[in-house]
Design a protein around this ligand. Structure first.
Ligand SMILES: [Zn+2]
Length: 189
């Protein structure tokens, strides 16, 4: 083997070690069991393996008890129990900066500021969502069928999607502010 082939081979072996799931799993397990920093506002961003923009969304499952530890009670209620926050209560209603709205449970990007509009309902509203980062299901909690939607990675409840939104989609994604965190674009005011 010539020297160059040896160097390339050694580099490839090093890269492969990073891709082996076994290298990452212990850290995930540590987070799930409470050995990593967590809680409150930092719950999503604290986890190095839960990027805002993953190449592919890999579902994560934690126990209810673990979510209860990670999230403050009001965020836990919305994300894990499908509570609805009071209309007009979220500071995100008045958020107009450029940036990204991520799941407050796991930090996955769900909306960008370009997708937001003022629906006048008292909840942060969007006319579309980041493709493949949101899952939906029908719910009948108010008897009439509604489309519930949630984070595609952690399953955290976000809100409901209606069909009385603006162009170009005609959709209104009515989101609980407690289920989101806003990450301002760097350099944006
Ligand atoms: Zn999530």
């Amino acid at each position: 083997m010539d020297r160059r082939a040896f160097v390339v081979g050694a580099l490839a072996a090093g890269a492969a070690a990073w891709l082996v799931p076994g290298v990452l799993r212990p850290r995930l397990a540590a987070f799930a069991s409470g050995d990593m920093p967590a809680g409150g506002e930092g719950a999503g961003s604290a986890h190095p393996e839960w990027p805002m923009w993953p190449d592919k969304v890999e579902p994560i499952e934690l126990t209810e008890d673990r979510w209860r530890e990670l999230l403050p009670p009001d965020r836990f209620g919305v994300l894990r129990k499908e509570d609805t926050e009071a209309a007009g209560s979220s500071p995100l209603n008045h958020e107009h900066r450029e940036g990204t709205y991520v799941c407050a449970g796991c930090g996955l990007a769900l909306f960008t500021s370009d997708m937001k509009y003022d629906s006048g309902t008292g909840w942060p509203s969007f006319f579309t969502a980041v493709e493949k980062h949101v899952g939906t299901k029908r719910d009948f909690k108010i008897i009439l069928p509604r489309t519930e939607y949630h984070c595609a990675r952690c399953g955290g409840h976000q809100g409901h999607r209606f069909t009385d939104g603006p162009e170009p989609t005609g959709q209104r994604w009515c989101n609980n502010g407690l289920a989101l965190r806003f990450i301002p674009k760097e350099g944006a005011g």
